[in-house]
Design a protein around this ligand. Sequence first.
Ligand code: ADP
Ligand code: MG
Ligand code: MG
Ligand code: MG
Length: 416
Amino acid sequence: LTRSPYEPLTPTTMPARLGGLPEMTRRLGPSAEWRVREVGDGNLNLVFIVEGPAGSLVVKQALPYARVVGESWPMSLDRAYFEHEASMRLGARDPGRMPHMHLFDREQAVQIMEHLTPHIILRRGLIDGTRYPMLGGHLGRYLARTLFRGSDWSMETARRKADVALFAGNVELCGITEDLFFTDPFHDCVRNRHNPLLDRDVIELRGDRALKLAALRMKTRFCTSAQTLLHGDLHTGSIMVSAEDSRVIDAEFATYGPIGFDIGSLLANLWMACLAQGALRPSDDEATSYRGWILALAETVWKVFVAEFTHLWLTERSGILGGRELLEHQDDAEGAALALNALLDEIWRDTIGFAGIEMHRRVVGLAHIAEFEAIADEELRAGCERRALRLGRALAVEPERFSDIADVSALVAELA
Ligand code: ADP
Ligand code: MG
Ligand code: MG
Ligand code: MG
């Protein structure tokens, strides 16, 4: 694999190029019997499913450009390296939530990993109206464990500094987040696009100083608050689900940033899925019922996050920010509770701020969501998108309205 210079794989060349790897043949059987499909629904990368007589695997390879735009948007192959490094860490911090990695080749920007099956992308499941009883618990614990265990409350100083330095190298993908989330949607940028029926809303939005100040406030949090190693792209298209299992994929945007960023990205996508239900379900009753399930899912994610984060803070707080000398060791349990509550309040405020920004970029920025794009009727779609902008603005500009996640659920239900 490494003896040749970088070259994109194809279904035709895959058996010859990877057929000598025991990591492949042990799990698949001989390369002459492989069947290879490219399945990347992919914004950025090539993803192949390789099936053989003994089993199946996924091969993901970075391209030297962004697949969704083409060769005119060059992009570093080393994003595969950062994805692999991040996946190893996130996978170890909450074992079982990431696909198992079998092999990584930096020169070819190739990751060979477990084929998740019969899993589907969560966003697809939310469009289809499927319920996943285990999902809220899985995601709440995943968030608490990865975000706490990658933070200064858990990590020892030398390891933490070396790790920050390593992920500072993921400058290109982090820069995409800086632009695409926090800047592009709020001015007239060529990368943006929107439903033409929203022309007037977009003019209003780009003259909305309070909103732009909120975008700058959240960009400042994202860029300057290196609290933990984030997944960095944790929307419902980066989660794969089956009836009992939930997995997180696609960590190439990993960067050190604020704990609320991953949580806010995920919750925003759940809340936007709620706003699409009126147009996606066959009847109002079904829309109301399924929307209720998604709202309860979002609340479970947050509540399980808080419970697990609290547990880890009490039992695993051994890193740079241990702080027990000042609190517990002085028998000040009340002080310890105040410290934890202040931290959880800050995380909640960040979470809703980032959720509000995410909603804007998904309606008027470059990358849109399938829930809205799936609505064929332009008027219906515009209605959903407009409600997402209203919800997003309230979250970003008036965070004091939402002291609890139930306050967000109430506004989602009212708008929908
Ligand atoms: P990109 O970085 O291009 O977005 P992803 O890692 O999100 O690539 O993968 C693209 C698609 O490939 C996913 O939406 C999913 O359908 C499929 N996929 C990726 N990894 C796996 C896996 N381990 N098992 C099964 N399907 C996968
Ligand atoms: Mg994708
Ligand atoms: Mg990706
Ligand atoms: Mg992806």
